[in-house]
Design a protein around this ligand. Sequence first.
Ligand code: ADP
Length: 161
Amino acid sequence: MTKVLYPGSFDPLTKGHMNIIKQAYELFDEVIIAVLQNPLKTSGLLTIEERMEIIKNIYQKTNNVKVITANGAAVDIALLYECKAIIRGLRSLSDYDYEVKLQQINKEISNNKVNTICLFADKEYQFVSSSMVKEILNLNKDISKYVDPIVKEKMLIKKRS
Ligand code: ADP
């Protein structure tokens, strides 16, 4: 059984993330989505609990997708959950620059136990990002093209409150 970990902030989950998750659960036996607090991203809109609730809701009927949250390094979480690899999605050259360094560090600190697998979103989702979704919402424009209806509803409620 091959388990993989897909870590990220998912603030909020976008159709870009969902495209990567679908590719991953079709390739591997189980995908564990780890919702993590990124200390470099301070402008969180949804709480970790809200992000998890949304993702659980969306994947409740997909048996080989699980959602967790944890503190610490993605490699340690991967080892804890017996994941063979970390999944990352690649969008642009700037993603590549960052990811290539991250995978090297992750290999080193896990003594080569955790590898990284990069997947590419289909072209219509390639440039979708959580920050773009938040900006569009702030401009009071429709985000339906970029997120699941469950995400849209939650974001609108959150914006009003
Ligand atoms: P973001 O970078 O948008 O804040 P996350 O930290 O939640 O998102 O990202 C988790 C992972 O998903 C990262 O590897 C990121 O590059 C990838 N990802 C996010 N959006 C897309 C997309 N549209 N296409 C491919 N990969 C993506």
